[in-house]
Design a protein. Structure first.
Length: 265
């Protein structure tokens, strides 16, 4: 069991680096709109069972649900391994739409034992490595009911993907490849050779605008969030290269969230 929050939720001067990141990007607004539309298609009957894997603070799912005009009564299981975030989720769950049943499960996905299958499973920006995807996605498909739908949200081939791949490789001093939605699609295409699956794609385009001139400290916090490392731990040459990269783009990084909808057919 993981008892501490991930790097992105560590507080820095009163807010987490993730919260700082959200102030300068339209990603949350754009992606929650797409997810809300998708969930609106799926939550059309009473009693749909939804599993959200790695819920975090619950904000993404809650915003998406709030975009559904006539949400049917559904049952949500919010799975989160961090004990700190589970405490926040238990409070956030009270703010979900009033016709929802919300359960908070404190567990990693690998340790999670479900007593029944789900109609919908959401997996958004989970920090799995490429070699773990077949095992993780295989278990998710097993947890789906017949005609159930798995929604996977991961980065597309955008500026943030390039940024992470380039500079994490330098920080780790070995090759690093940022995970994308296309890695997930490859895994599902392999599964589809033996399983009856329908796979469709959607995108949400947004921009991250780093405040490189107006608020340098916030810009550094965002860089720390993207690379999961404290600025003071960066070697001098990597710091210079990161700042050159950002300045050349005037602080604007294009973002693409890819949505893979995988339905058992």
């Amino acid at each position: 069991m993981i008892n501490k929050v991930g790097f992105e939720y560590l507080n820095k001067k009163g807010e987490s680096v993730f919260e700082t990141f959200l102030k300068y990007t339209s990603e949350k607004e754009k992606s929650s709109a797409v997810l809300g539309e998708i969930l609106g298609w799926l939550l059309i009957t009473e009693g749909v069972a939804v599993l959200d894997v790695g819920t975090g603070n619950g904000e993404f799912l809650k915003l998406s649900l709030n975009r559904i005009k006539h949400l049917k009564a559904a049952e949500f299981t919010l799975l989160e391994p961090s004990s700190d975030l589970v405490k926040r989720l238990q409070t956030a769950a009270k703010c979900f739409p009033p016709n929802s049943i919300v359960k908070v499960a404190h567990s990693t996905f690998e340790e999670f034992k479900a007593t029944s299958q789900f109609d919908v499973i959401l997996a958004s920006h989970l920090p799995f490595t490429r070699d773990r995807l077949p095992v993780v996605f295989g278990k998710m498909l097993d947890l789906l009911k017949p005609d159930g739908c798995l929604i996977v949200v991961l980065r597309g081939w955008d500026d943030v993907h390039e940024f992470r791949t380039r500079f994490k490789s330098q920080l780790m001093e070995r090759g690093y490849q940022s995970l994308t939605i296309y890695d997930a699609i490859e895994v599902f295409d392999e599964f589809a050779k033996d399983k009856s699956l329908s796979i469709t794609m959607h995108n949400a385009d947004s921009e991250l605008c780093l405040p490189i001139t107006g608020n340098t400290q916030d810009a550094i916090s965002i860089i720390e969030f993207l690379l999961n490392k404290k600025w003071e731990e960066f070697p001098d040459n990597v710091r210079e290269a990161v700042l050159d990269y950002v300045n050349q783009r005037r602080g604007v990084l294009r973002q693409i969230d890819g949505f893979a909808l995988v339905r058992k057919t």
